[in-house]
Design a protein around this ligand. Structure first.
Ligand SMILES: Cc1cc2nc3c(=O)[nH]c(=O)nc-3n(C[C@H](O)[C@H](O)[C@H](O)COP(=O)(O)OP(=O)(O)OC[C@H]3O[C@@H](n4cnc5c(N)ncnc54)[C@H](O)[C@@H]3O)c2cc1C
Length: 317
């Protein structure tokens, strides 16, 4: 049986995209274009915690599923400090997950036995009853798991290929969604949203074109490509320093963030908030957010140049 439409939503190492790449000969249409980010290459592992766990030895002091937690370690220093990041959950009966994200050289990744890991957690988090929170089975699973690495921000130009004439039952249209065409570190939490938006945009176009694949697919690529490019740029600039890789860069980021926040509140017709804030606004497309962010950057740079010129002229007399 030959399908009319093949949907390639098989993640970063997409076989569908790779096959299209091999079929395209010398064209780079389905080759991932990669862009640097300070958060790429960070290693992560996930710890599974009970739905409600004790926060201290005090009776009744237990975690709430709808609250996010960042539990900082007692340890300091780039290769020893660690934190447990827990995202909120609506269902209070679901187990919680805590992401551990650190440089590949971090001490935690050098520990080989479950006893070493258990001791590390005990010393790192004396403020919480860690032995009552993480079971020995979970420590063993965590120790043996390989974990993963944050990918480099990347996308490919080609979002579809039409083989033959699928609208006349004589071929197959192939379309790519999600991480198969745009993949990046989770700094701005847009991996799932952007994959769902791919599908939403495509179904809108299918409705407009009355399911004519030969019209819908090129139209989809034309509409979606600018947003995918903008999304990859936003990942690079929005909040790559959040994992404590470099305290100075994190402070500079905070300065930039609060400057834009204050300016956008006092002069909203000139300045926009930081892109990390605008991303939370579902009414703005990724292209619109990037345009607004770049515009604010240009105005800030122009203001700095004008101030430097003003003061240098003032002090030269
Ligand atoms: C540590 C980490 C934290 C993240 N946090 C967030 C977050 O907070 N918010 C957010 O929005 N995003 C987050 N992301 C990103 C998010 O997980 C991805 O962007 C999202 O899962 C992409 O969805 P997808 O369906 O395109 O790909 P995937 O989720 O990778 O799904 C692809 C599926 O295809 C299947 N598959 C692959 N090959 C084959 C094959 N040959 N045959 C059959 N099936 C196959 C796989 O098994 C998998 O089920 C995070 C990513 C990481 C690594």
């Amino acid at each position: 049986m030959i399908p009319h439409l093949l949907v390639g939503c098989d993640g970063l190492n997409s076989i569908v995209r790779e096959t299209l790449h091999q079929m395209s000969g010398r064209s780079h249409l389905f080759e991932m274009q990669k862009f640097p980010s300070p958060s790429s290459g960070l290693k992560y592992k996930v710890l599974s915690l009970p739905p409600q766990f004790p926060l201290s030895e005090q009776p009744g002091d237990i975690s709430q599923s709808t609250m996010a937690y960042a539990i900082r370690s007692n340890f300091k220093g780039r290769n020893k400090a660690i934190s447990l990041g827990l995202l909120p959950l609506k269902n209070q009966d679901f187990p919680r997950t805590a992401n551990i994200i650190a440089y590949p050289e971090h001490q935690i990744w050098q520990l080989k036995t479950k006893e070493e890991i258990a001791e590390f957690f005990k010393q790192a988090f004396p403020q919480i009853p860690i032995e009552k929170i993480i079971s020995s089975e979970e420590i063993a699973r965590f120790t043996s798991s390989d974990g993963g690495k944050f990918p480099v921000p990347q996308y490919c130009e080609g979002l579809y290929k039409i083989l033959g004439n699928p609208d006349n039952n004589e071929g197959t249209a192939v379309i790519l969604f999600g991480d198969a065409v745009h993949c990046f570190p989770p700094d701005i939490g847009q991996g799932v949203n952007s994959a769902l938006e791919d599908i939403y945009v495509f179904q809108e176009i299918l409705t407009e074109t009355q399911d004519n694949l030969s019209q819908a697919l090129p139209q989809y690529q034309k509409i979606r490509q600018p947003d995918i490019k903008a999304l990859i740029r936003l990942v690079q600039i929005s909040y790559p320093w959040q994992y404590n890789q470099d305290p100075l860069q994190k402070r500079l980021w905070s300065l930039n963030f609060f400057l834009r926040l204050v300016l956008s509140k006092s002069l909203p017709f000139i300045f926009y908030p930081h892109s990390f804030v605008m991303i939370q606004n579902q009414e703005l497309s990724y292209s619109e957010i990037l345009t607004k962010s770049n515009r604010t950057t240009q105005i800030l740079l122009m203001t700095i140049v004008i101030l430097i010129l003003f003061f240098s002229t003032k002090f030269s007399f």
